[in-house]
Design a protein around this ligand. Structure first.
Ligand SMILES: *[C@@H]1O[C@H](CO)[C@@H](O)[C@H](O)[C@H]1NC(C)=O
Ligand SMILES: *[C@@H]1O[C@H](CO)[C@@H](O)[C@H](O)[C@H]1NC(C)=O
Ligand SMILES: *[C@@H]1O[C@H](CO)[C@@H](O)[C@H](O)[C@H]1NC(C)=O
Ligand SMILES: *[C@@H]1O[C@H](CO)[C@@H](O)[C@H](O)[C@H]1NC(C)=O
Ligand SMILES: *[C@@H]1O[C@H](CO)[C@@H](O)[C@H](O)[C@H]1NC(C)=O
Ligand SMILES: *[C@@H]1O[C@H](CO)[C@@H](O)[C@H](O)[C@H]1NC(C)=O
Ligand SMILES: *[C@@H]1O[C@H](CO)[C@@H](O)[C@H](O)[C@H]1NC(C)=O
Ligand SMILES: *[C@@H]1O[C@H](CO)[C@@H](O)[C@H](O)[C@H]1NC(C)=O
Ligand SMILES: *[C@@H]1O[C@H](CO)[C@@H](O)[C@H](O)[C@H]1NC(C)=O
Ligand SMILES: *[C@@H]1O[C@H](CO)[C@@H](O)[C@H](O)[C@H]1NC(C)=O
Ligand SMILES: *[C@@H]1O[C@H](CO)[C@@H](O)[C@H](O)[C@H]1NC(C)=O
Ligand SMILES: *[C@@H]1O[C@H](CO)[C@@H](O)[C@H](O)[C@H]1NC(C)=O
Length: 815
């Protein structure tokens, strides 16, 4: 839960930046040219300001360092005075620019002495004082034109006293902690141009917003997160305020957006944000399709359905339309070719069907082309990608993940010379990958039917993410991909590549290299030496051979190492235990010989509870764009490849199917977070470490098909999470340990002790003779269920990351 809280804080910071930018863009002209910093301040006003400073208990960024008694207060940080009279007109200490709120304390009533003050901005500071209520004297500051208290955690009901400030033009109470009803008295503030009552962190509501119609100079209204569930006529109310340019009513539980206006007054409307209101009626019956001045239209998460009306094609001012996450019940066949201002179109998870050929043909075709982003994820789209894509020269982003688009990637894509982000994964694309534009940063086409060789000059200097896994691509990987020196994520897995990996020694940022399930050959890639940024390396299911280099221990950030199903041979380098971050080591089904390195207890990555969850760590090094895709991709890969636990939370060692000899080192039992330990099908001898029961997290333990001898340690009974155990075909002797978990496992898998001729005792048939029945320690079965939360915690944090990414994406999309 605290993870979600952290998300909100991040959201809060991001929001504060964007809101602040908007606010500031509008603030500057609010005060006239009567500001003159060369004027000298009046002594009683300086005293009032010093008293204000006294109310500050912590000035964490030294914002008020210049506020010294001997100085002219008109030159202090945040102050501006009138050139004629020297009166302080402006006090601006908004803390939004710093990461931490700079000021703590309370707002001193001394400010009342600044009786010419027009502009007061204390936003984003902890100035709510000990009791958190808004200071009453504010209601008497009659000359205020601009008041910003946003992000100050004031509580109590939304203060009525503000409705006395009849000169107010700008009022921002967003992200405070007021609650309750929005006072209709706000309608007295007839000079208001800007009103922000959004996101007060608590229940706020209004059952009648007709007071808005008195604000006949209002240009900006934001009541996001104020519950307006009973206000059916809200379009008529806003229509009474013809000056409105920005209407933001996100998450207001608005009942409907149906047409209820006879004559449209809103001739200046530029922005309409209705995100997260679940209307559930036809798109076409919305009231705003006639408003041809709208530039920004946000209708994501509104559950609108049915066809878009043709009026959309006449909204010639439209720049951004977000219609994502609307339950796949809409259709878009409107011709958009006249929307010359259109820059982005987001339709993810909203259409019931579509044809990419037609959609691309209907995109704007004006000479002044501005269209840069098309996103249509999971929309059941069919059709073939038309080569006319090369007309979209301004396109930077095209996201069509998870549709049924077929045909080849058109060669014309090469001419989209601004293209940076291409996401075509999970479609039915076929044919060869053509030459791509040099501008690309992300190219993601996994899970298609692409085939043939990669073009010889495949690559782009700015590639950061290249994901072409799960296709049928053949031949060698061209050396040209090595020119991408910023590559962070390279996924070639599950194709039919052959030959050696190209020698890309200059990819200093490479973090993920996935090449599994191909026909790659050659030695362990020598060029990876010194790649200390590498986090994830998967070369499994190929034909790599030779010994593992001892410099493998220098890959200091390596978390996941999958080398299974190759033809590696020789000793496991002892340096592998230098990989302190290592979480999974898989060398299964190679020809490794020698013994298991002793210093396994150095693998602290397998002993600690993962410092801060796990998945976020693994991906935190990636940009938002990358992590958004990777998250989806990784989820899919997990299921396809890494099993239900996925790579996110897997911890363990798999050395099965090799030629390892010697004993199992006792140190292995210190890997207390390992979920999986598989040493089967080797030639290990000696005893099973006595202390094996301290591998508390183990869920799967396979030591079968070795030459292990001696008794089965009693501590096996401590492995309370174990769900798979195989000790078969060894030379184990004596009494089998008991315990509820072990008995259950035996019932499910009676072969788990097979091939050990000298085992005895229940549940086996064979009775123990007196001399092989050692004293039976009492079982300790007091583990509580809460401990098993580790795995779910991992999953949960993964979800939180996903949510966080989505929230961020929403925000960035809009700014
Ligand atoms: C500022 O005030 C000084 C002296 O009061 C005056 O000379 C100057 O012109 C003023 N500047 C502006 C921009 O008003
Ligand atoms: C002041 O705030 C800073 C930043 O939040 C904090 O590190 C510091 O401990 C605070 N000092 C006092 C005296 O509260
Ligand atoms: C809150 O504290 C201020 C002084 O900091 C005081 O004037 C006001 O009366 C207090 N309000 C309540 C409700 O206690
Ligand atoms: C939220 O509002 C309730 C009253 O509806 C109030 O009791 C509570 O203190 C408020 N919470 C905060 C954090 O302000
Ligand atoms: C508003 O101002 C009037 C007179 O100026 C005063 O009587 C009243 O108390 C004020 N109301 C609030 C809520 O401050
Ligand atoms: C939004 O409103 C809900 C109550 O309806 C409240 O619990 C939540 O804190 C508010 N969120 C923000 C960010 O203000
Ligand atoms: C248009 O706005 C004017 C001015 O606020 C108002 O009087 C009129 O009723 C509005 N028209 C409609 C149809 O709401
Ligand atoms: C809005 O468009 C509809 C058709 O969708 C039309 O009937 C109506 O007259 C238009 N209203 C205005 C005010 O332009
Ligand atoms: C996808 O489109 C096909 C027809 O093209 C339709 O039969 C199917 O129901 C659609 N799937 C969804 C989820 O809308
Ligand atoms: C998509 O549209 C094109 C052009 O209208 C048409 O030729 C093609 O048959 C359509 N494809 C599908 C699958 O409907
Ligand atoms: C790119 O555009 C040029 C000039 O319009 C054209 O000659 C060329 O064939 C195009 N390339 C592709 C791959 O379509
Ligand atoms: C099994 O272990 C016993 C001693 O415990 C030893 O005498 C015997 O040779 C071992 N058998 C094999 C096949 O290793």
């Amino acid at each position: 839960m605290h993870r979600l809280a952290a998300c909100w804080i991040l959201l809060h910071i991001a929001a504060s930046c964007s809101f602040f930018l908007i606010a500031h863009a509008r603030k500057q002209p609010a005060l006239g040219s009567d500001l003159n910093v060369t004027a000298r301040c009046l002594p009683h006003e300086r005293e009032a300001l010093l008293a204000f400073k006294n109310g500050i208990t912590n000035d964490s960024t030294n914002l008020l360092a210049s506020w010294r008694p001997a100085q002219d207060c008109c030159r202090w940080t945040g102050i501006a005075c009138s050139s004629q009279t020297g009166h302080v007109l402006k006090l601006d200490l908004n803390g939004a620019y710093s990461f931490y709120p700079p000021l703590y304390g309370q707002i001193s009533p001394s400010l009342l002495s600044l009786d010419h003050l027009e502009y007061l901005d204390l936003g984003s500071n902890f100035l709510e004082g000990p009791n958190g209520s808004v200071p009453e004297f504010l209601g008497s500051m009659k000359n205020l034109r601009h008041l910003d208290l946003s992000y100050i955690p004031f509580s109590g009901t939304v203060p009525l006293l503000l409705s006395n400030l009849s000169k107010l033009e700008y009022l921002d109470l967003s992200f405070t902690s007021f609650f309750g009803r929005m006072p209709p008295q706000l309608g007295n503030l007839s000079k208001l141009q800007y009103l922000d009552l959004s996101w007060m962190w608590n229940d706020t509501y209004s059952t009648d917003i007709s007071w808005l119609s008195h604000l006949n100079m209002l240009e900006y209204i934001d009541m996001s997160n104020v519950t307006l569930s009973t206000i059916v006529n809200w379009p008529s109310v806003v229509n009474m305020v013809p000056t409105l340019k920005h209407i933001k009513l996100m998450n207001c539980s608005l009942p409907s957006a149906n047409r209820s206006i006879s004559h449209l007054n809103l001739t200046e409307l530029e922005e309409l944000d209705l995100t997260w209101n679940y209307f559930g009626h036809p798109i076409a019956s919305c009231w705003f399709w006639n408003v041809t001045t709208i530039k920004l239209l946000y209708l994501d998460h509104t559950n609108l359905y049915g066809p878009f009306p043709d009026d959309l094609g006449e909204m010639v001012s439209l720049q951004h339309l977000d219609f994502s996450y609307n339950r796949n019940a809409a259709t878009l066949t409107v011709d958009l070719k006249n929307l010359c201002e259109l820059e982005s179109l987001y339709l993810d998870n909203s259409l019931s069907s579509g044809n990419i050929t037609e959609l691309v043909q209907k995109l704007p075709q004006c000479s002044s082309r501005k269209f840069y982003a098309l996103s249509s994820v999971s929309n059941n789209m069919t059709g073939i990608f038309p080569n006319t894509i090369d007309h979209l020269t301004s396109l930077t982003t095209i996201i069509l993940t998870n549709n049924s688009i077929s045909g080849a990637i058109p060669p014309g894509i090469r001419n989209c010379t601004n293209l940076e982000y291409v996401h075509f994964s999970s479609n039915q694309l076929s044919g060869q990958i053509p030459l791509l534009p040099r501008s690309l940063r992300v190219f993601e086409v996994s899970m298609n039917f692409l085939s043939g060789h990669l073009p010889l000059e495949f690559g782009a200097p700015n590639f950061e993410t290249l994901i072409i896994s799960f296709n049928y691509i053949t031949g060698q990987v061209p050396r040209s991909i090595c020119e991408s020196q910023n590559m962070a994520f390279l996924d070639l897995s599950n194709n039919i590549f052959e030959g050696e990996l190209p020698y890309c020694s200059r990819m200093p940022s490479l973090r993920f290299l996935l090449a599994s399930n191909n026909n790659f050959s050659g030695k362990f890639p020598p060029w990876l030496q010194g790649f200390s940024s590498l986090v994830f390396l998967d070369l499994s299911w190929n034909k790599f051979y030779g010994s593992l280099p001892s410099w493998i221990g220098d890959l200091a950030n390596l978390r996941i190492l999958y080398l299974s199903r190759n033809m590696f041979y020789g000793d496991i380098p002892a340096s592998i235990t230098d990989l302190r971050a290592l979480q999974y080591l898989d060398l299964a089904a190679n020809n490794m010989s020698g013994s298991i390195p002793r210093s396994l207890s150095n693998l602290v990555g397998m002993t600690l509870k993962h410092p801060s969850g796990s998945s976020d760590d693994l991906y935190s090094t990636l940009s938002f764009d990358e992590s958004q895709d990777l998250f989806a991709l990784v989820m899919k890969h997990q299921v396809l490849k890494y099993g239900s636990h996925g790579i996110v939370s897997v911890v363990g060692i798999d050395l099965s199917l090799n030629q390892l000899t010697g004993e199992i080192p006792d140190e292995i039992t210190s890997l207390s977070m390992a979920l999986n330990l598989n040493l089967s099908w080797n030639h290990l001898s000696g005893k099973i470490p006595e202390n094996i029961g301290s591998m508390k997290s183990v869920e799967s333990l396979d030591l079968s098909r070795n030459n292990l001898s001696g008794e089965i340690p009693r501590s096996f009974s401590d492995l309370t999470y174990i769900s798979y155990l195989d000790l078969s075909y060894n030379n184990l002797t004596g009494m089998v340990p008991s315990g509820r978990q072990l008995d259950t496992l035996y019932t499910e898998n009676p072969s788990m002790y097979y091939g050990n001729n000298d085992l005895c005792g229940p549940p086996l048939q064979r009775n123990c003779s007196v001399n092989n029945a050692p004293g039976h320690r009492n079982q300790q079965e007091s583990k509580t269920d809460s401990d098993s939360a580790f795995f779910y915690y991992g999953l949960g944090s993964g979800l939180a990351v996903g949510l966080w990414v989505v929230l961020f994406a929403l925000l960035f999309k809009k700014t």
